[in-house]
Design a protein around this ligand. Sequence first.
Ligand SMILES: [Zn+2]
Length: 289
Amino acid sequence: MKNNRKLIYSILAALAIVAIILIAIIFYGKNSPLSVVFLDVGQGDAILISDGSQQLLIDGGKDGKLLLEKLGKYVPFWDRKIETIIETHPDADHIGGLIDVLNAYQVDAVLETKMQSESQTFKKLEEIIATNNIKKIEAKKDVTIKFAGGGVAEILYPFETVIDINGKDTNMYSVVVKLMVGENKFLFTGDLPTTEENKLLSIGFDLNVDFLKIAHHGSKYATSDEFLNKVSPADAIISVGKNNSYGHPNPEVLQRLTQHRANIFRTDESGDIVYECININSKCERKSL
Ligand SMILES: [Zn+2]
């Protein structure tokens, strides 16, 4: 009899713990703001957009160990799923870290262009996508990803299927993504060079945004005056490694940004750069860490 009572109490206690955890998860999903985190992954790009337990990861830097460490900071421990990954282009400083992510997390879909690379990193990544049966979606204009809280990420570029799949300049077909959260707009431009920025300008998109991820780690071959005229960002975010051998960000680009009165934030100086959008009606704010 005594033993039975003990057993019942144990079961009730276990059920109570499960209920508390479930309530916490539901509460987390409903109340956490949408966040955009420019992860400090050294020389490379990795941007995590989270809306409750729904995540979109744009690129993954070069180093998988570092990326997993960073994701552990922003993805709750019980959430083992990253819904969507966008590879902007198949360069190691954008896709290298993704191999470990695909092994550690469940991933619903990977969006990439038809652009290919001869690198071992690219081949390995493609292999894991195939073995894990991950859905592949071609990244091109008009593909959208909707967040539960009302945010929408929309691919603006490439305009069509990339045909030059073994071309030398992978940057040319960098996927460009615009994220809209109510009135707030973010633009992520991968490593897109100025020649292609001009194509975006010529097509007449609404490129005016609040937050611009500066293309190609601040290389001088991107982020032209004309582009900044149209985009006129309040904040410019540069994802770049300390003392990198490319000399990124280029002083001319920094000067252009200052002339355009953009606030400049750099991952090599600030570490992770975090924006939080409390809800669709409020202004997304940079969180000081
Ligand atoms: Zn790059």
